[in-house]
Write a protein that binds this ligand. Structure first.
Ligand code: SAH
Length: 280
């Protein structure tokens, strides 16, 4: 269904707004593989009559919805929003106010770079009852799927999840000193388009250029790709392999563990190209 149509419909049903408020369930749909949904998420999907879902929710996850559930695609790619965030919130609030039980479905975990916090704040401010169902975040799905433990006593004692994209495409003014610290793993979301600048800044702030690094595209999905190299090589590898969002950038010595955990994936792909360790 067309989201703008529903927004207008909800706006013109003032008699419904007098009803008792409905509810919103904010559900994290995980990184893509439907088997990585939580049991709570599956139950919420199976009971849904109206769902507002984002770009990163995979069709295999939507397959759990009852056939007659109303599905509203509200989009959300970093630069192309089908509905601006403010309109998504307005639509969700209006629908809940009209008495509907709304399932708000987001990729990964709604509270990790998913703007779930902003949506929950709006619901709380409006007095609309809501519950939150966590999902596996992309970093967790990717870690398991490509054989890169996020922490490891020999490699990293802390993990930083960061965005590599800033609001309104302002200049990247991240805390580079923090990101360049030793003995940690850094996972960057939404960073592929800023990869050269990210790698340049990390090296400039002291992270060795030969730090192992990986790009994981479409983690946990059938067409997942993992490309590994060094921090310095990553931008050219991304270019050569045409890495596209959704993809994660993983940086840190833990990336080297992949060769041990998934030797078949790494050796098969390195034949003929020692700089590349790509696995389908
Ligand atoms: N809430 C989501 C993140 C949304 S931000 C979560 O918890 O995972 C969108 C970014 O997430 C993408 O640009 C990409 O960096 C990352 N991402 C989401 N799903 C992914 C996937 N299956 N594989 C790789 N990266 C993914």
């Amino acid at each position: 269904m067309d989201a703008s149509h529903l927004l207008i419909a909800a706006a013109h049903t003032p008699h419904l707004q007098a009803q008792a408020p409905g509810t919103v369930t904010l559900v994290g749909a995980g990184p893509g593989d439907p088997e990585l949904l939580t049991l709570k998420a599956v139950k919420a999907l199976q009971a849904a009559s109206l769902v507002l879902y984002d770009h990163l929710v995979s069709p295999a996850v939507l397959a759990f919805l009852p056939p007659d559930a109303e599905r509203v695609y509200v989009g959300k790619e970093s630069s192309r929003h089908t509905l601006p965030q403010g309109d998504i919130i307005e639509l969700m609030v209006r629908l809940a106010r009209s008495g509907r039980a709304v399932l708000r479905l987001k990729g990964g975990d709604g509270y990790i770079f998913g703007r779930g916090g902003e949506e929950a704040q709006a619901l709380a401010a409006q007095g609309i009852p809501f519950t939150v169902v966590p999902g596996l975040t992309a970093a967790q799905g990717a870690a398991a799927s490509v054989g890169i433990p996020l922490t490891h006593r020999d490699h990293a004692c802390s993990l930083v999840l960061s965005t590599g994209h800033l609001r309104e495409n302002r200049q990247l003014d991240m805390d580079w000193d923090l990101l360049a610290r030793p003995n940690q793993t850094v996972v960057l979301y939404m960073g592929v388009n800023n990869l050269p600048e990210i790698c340049r800044q990390l090296v400039a702030h002291g992270l060795p250029a030969d730090t192992p690094a990986a790009l994981v595209e479409k983690a946990t999905l059938p067409d997942e790709r993992c490309i590994t190299g060094t921090l310095a090589e990553l931008p050219s590898l991304a270019l050569r392999h045409q890495v596209r969002p959704p993809a994660l950038i993983m940086i840190g010595s833990v990336v080297s563990v992949r060769a041990q955990l998934m030797p078949a994936a790494t050796t098969a792909a390195t034949e003929g190209d020692p700089a590349l360790h790509a696995a389908a």
